[in-house]
Write a protein that binds this ligand. Structure first.
Ligand code: NAD
Length: 259
């Protein structure tokens, strides 16, 4: 009988983008707790400092400023770091509105931050990850942040967002198909509505914030928003060897929205 492999990340080095707050931050803490060496990156220095202060195992955490819109910065970090075992591309932005609300600047930023950033990190980090997977016979895993919104199910006022998150799913399947024989897995994560600082910002920016919060909760069949702790264990699992037979999938963690 094959022994079961728990979702632990001991001995693995994992890079997480947008790890200063929200899902990325919770994922960094969960990966640390699961034994990984974590490189937590973001554009907010203060958020990274508070992450370091909260970390259970600061010796295994490195924080670094990384703007995923900056190709040179991504390449420079890849040149500096030892090859990764896991990469979680978490950075993304929500544009609120329909096609008629989306000018070219909003479209370009959404495509750049939500999709092209993954081109940057993959082109920079994949060669090292593949070489390491070949050399050691161990697996390498990429996880890309998509969303339930439009990538899985249509939602109003998520034109640019849904377009980009659908692209993330296609990108993840393409990467999975190209490297399935070389020990690299690639999946996309599709969360429901998660209580994070940016969601709170969207609620606060609504004409009627109280109603906006009720509306976000109403679209979740379980009657509550997800917490970041509802999402982070799945991140650990998908970056760990416990998910070694899962690749090219868009995996929902949406509290039943897409039942
Ligand atoms: P958030 O939006 O609250 O935080 C985003 C983080 O990204 C911040 O720390 C910010 O500093 C960082 N960031 C912004 N621009 C950056 C850049 N150019 N380079 C690097 N980092 C940058 O976090 P969240 O709500 O957890 O969202 C994280 C991801 O999860 C996004 O891709 C989002 O689309 C996706 N998502 C969120 C929800 C939700 O309901 N919150 C649902 C599904 C998917």
């Amino acid at each position: 009988m094959t022994p079961s492999i728990p979702a632990n990340l001991e001995g693995k080095t994992i890079l997480i983008t947008a790890a200063g707050q929200g899902i990325g931050r919770a994922s960094a803490l969960a990966c640390l707790a699961a034994g990984a060496d974590v490189i937590a990156s973001d554009i907010q220095a203060d958020a990274l400092a508070s992450l370091m202060a909260e970390a259970s195992h600061p010796a295994r955490l490195r924080t670094t400023i990384l703007d995923v819109l900056d190709t040179s910065a991504v390449q420079a970090l890849a040149a500096e770091l030892a090859p990764l075992h896991g990469l979680f591309n978490c950075a993304g932005v929500v544009h609120h509105g329909s096609v008629l609300d989306c000018d070219e600047a909003a479209w370009d930023l959404s495509m750049d931050l939500n999709v092209k950033s993954m081109l940057r990190t993959l082109r920079a980090f994949l060669p090292g990850m593949l070489a390491q997977a070949q050399r050691t016979g161990g697996g390498a895993a990429v996880l890309n942040m998509a969303s339930m919104a439009s990538s899985v199910k249509g939602f109003p006022n998520r034109f640019a967002y849904g377009t980009t998150k659908a692209a993330v799913i296609g990108l993840s399947k393409a990467v999975a198909a190209d490297y399935v024989k070389q020990g690299l897995r690639c999946n996309a994560l599709c969360p429901g509505t998660v209580d994070t600082p940016s969601l709170r910002g969207r609620i606060a920016a609504a004409a009627d914030p109280e109603q906006a919060e009720k509306d976000f909760i109403a679209r979740q069949p379980m009657g509550r928003l997800a917490t970041v702790e509802d999402i982070a264990p799945l991140v650990v699992f998908l970056l760990s060897d416990a998910s070694r037979f899962i690749t090219g999938q868009a995996i929902s963690v949406d509290g039943g929205v897409t039942i």
